[in-house]
Design a binder for this molecule. Structure first.
Ligand code: NAP
Length: 254
């Protein structure tokens, strides 16, 4: 039996990249996984197929984040799907992973970019948690996917980094708020991970090597590197850790 048998997890942005890795890993530990996505049907089907091949249980929940009504539509679909699976509306693990990047130095930032990044990466996440507290069982887990750009200066994406800084602050406050319910709240901060998000930065051997050189291990991270850490934070073994932002960057820029 896996460490998460009998648990239900919602992983946002799980159709691709790090979220797909997390969804697969939690399903391997026998959690029932709600695979949230924004609209990429081919990608979400691939995640579901991989989980099924690995003997896991999962279903898809579509909801575009960062638009009016996003959170309500996500939970309405989640609860419908859980009912279809013969389960109640409760969840045990909420992984806030969906996010967008946005390269812009200070002189390139526009109000539109600022609003869009905060809407998807920060605003929707806060209200997703606020609404999700009705569903999250006592003793549950909230895991926020942050970024090493909150520790290492990354002026190339100043607003993106700010959205993740806000997420770290939220993680700390929420951990204290939810302690009485036995819910742990932590963040993980990846460095460069091989996903669509930074594909354009890995187009030549030279720029790929430059990304790899951020890590003391001289490689770009894989979604599975992050998923292992999230699986630990989701399990009972991590019950005494809360309010922390765990660096998950392969020692980037130590
Ligand atoms: P990705 O490969 O671009 O995948 C993004 C996922 O989020 C997809 O499932 C996508 O759904 C979903 N998504 C994006 N915008 C959405 C929206 N507005 N509404 C609903 N769903 C949306 O990203 P990733 O690289 O795996 O990144 C995952 C998380 O890790 C993000 O929070 C990111 O900031 C963080 N992170 C990534 C890296 C890295 O190097 N990759 C480094 C540090 C932190 P669809 O497939 O339907 O579009």
């Amino acid at each position: 039996m896996g460490a998460l048998v009998g648990k239900t997890a919602l992983v946002t942005g799980a159709s691709r990249g790090i979220g797909r890795g997390i969804a697969r890993r939690l399903a391997q530990e026998d959690a029932l996984v709600a695979v949230h996505y924004g609209g990429n049907e081919t990608a979400v089907q691939r995640t579901l197929d991989l989980i099924a091949q690995e003997g896991g249980r999962a279903f898809a929940v579509r909801a575009e984040l960062g638009v009016p009504g996003d959170v309500e539509s996500l939970y309405a679909r989640l609860e419908d799907e859980l009912a279809r699976q013969g389960a109640g509306p409760e969840i045990d693990i909420l992984v806030n992973n969906a996010g967008i990047s946005g390269s812009a130095r200070i002189h390139e930032v526009t109000p539109e970019l600022f609003d869009r990044l905060f809407a998807v990466n920060t605003r929707s996440l806060l209200f997703l948690v606020q609404r999700g507290l009705k569903n999250l069982r006592d003793g549950g887990r909230i895991i926020n996917v942050s970024s090493a750009s909150t520790r290492v200066a990354y002026p190339e994406s100043v607003v993106y980094s700010m959205t993740k800084g806000a997420l770290n602050t939220f993680t700390l406050a929420l951990a204290k708020e939810l302690g009485p319910r036995g819910i742990t709240v932590n963040a993980v901060s990846p460095g460069f991970v091989e996903t669509d998000m930074n594909a354009e930065k890995r187009t030549t051997p030279e720029n790929r090597a430059a990304l790899a050189a951020w890590s003391v291990f001289n490689r770009v991270g894989l979604p599975s590197d992050i998923a292992e850490i999230v699986a630990f934070l989701a399990a009972d073994a991590s019950r005494w850790i809360t309010g922390q932002c765990l660096d998950a960057s392969g020692g980037s820029r130590l």
